[in-house]
Design a protein around this ligand. Structure first.
Ligand code: 4NP
Length: 155
């Protein structure tokens, strides 16, 4: 059984699809699976935002086949690690958790780089065009740390 990792943001079209693509590229596919979801329902079934697809492509990742879906409380059973992009995602996900074990699966992703600081991956949806490069660079840096930790723990 592969170790299952879920990346969560609000819309599941900007940040978490990039996080999914970046993390999947750093882990062996036979031992780990990576997915993403949004806490909101607006983009169920949608491809990632074209700006996320373009940013991924610039970095040699293809995320164009991903499909948006909404986070559900059953995801606590399916996934081993749940990484959220910001504090509001954290609050929305934790609200659906029913046990301390489920709550323990949820981490604000940048806390793996800046422990306990609760730094947000900024939502680039309404922002400047270079917001997507900023998000990519933050996620690439933290996903290196997480991937190394996961490989040490599970391989
Ligand atoms: P994401 O960005 O959470 O990084 O996917 C957003 C995308 C869409 C919306 C909000 C955030 N929206 O309100 O539609």
């Amino acid at each position: 059984m592969p170790v299952k990792i879920l990346m969560v943001c609000l819309g599941n079209i900007c940040r978490s699809p990039l996080a999914e693509g970046i993390m999947a590229s750093k882990l062996p596919k036979d031992k780990f699976s990576v997915d993403s979801a949004g806490t909101g329902s607006w983009h169920i079934g949608h491809a990632p935002d074209s700006r996320s697809i373009a940013t991924a492509k610039k970095n040699k990742l293809d995320i164009s086949n991903q499909k948006g879906r909404q986070f559900s409380s059953t995801d606590f059973e399916t996934y081993d690690y749940i990484y959220v992009m910001d504090k509001s995602n954290y609050d929305n996900v934790i609200e659906l958790a029913q046990t301390p074990e489920q709550k323990n699966k949820v981490q604000i992703i940048l806390n793996e780089l800046y422990p306990n600081e609760n730094v947000d991956v900024p939502d680039p949806y309404f922002g400047m065009p270079n917001g997507f490069d900023i998000v990519y660079n933050m996620l690439n840096e933290v996903c290196d740390i997480i991937a190394n930790k996961l490989k040490e723990t599970h391989l």
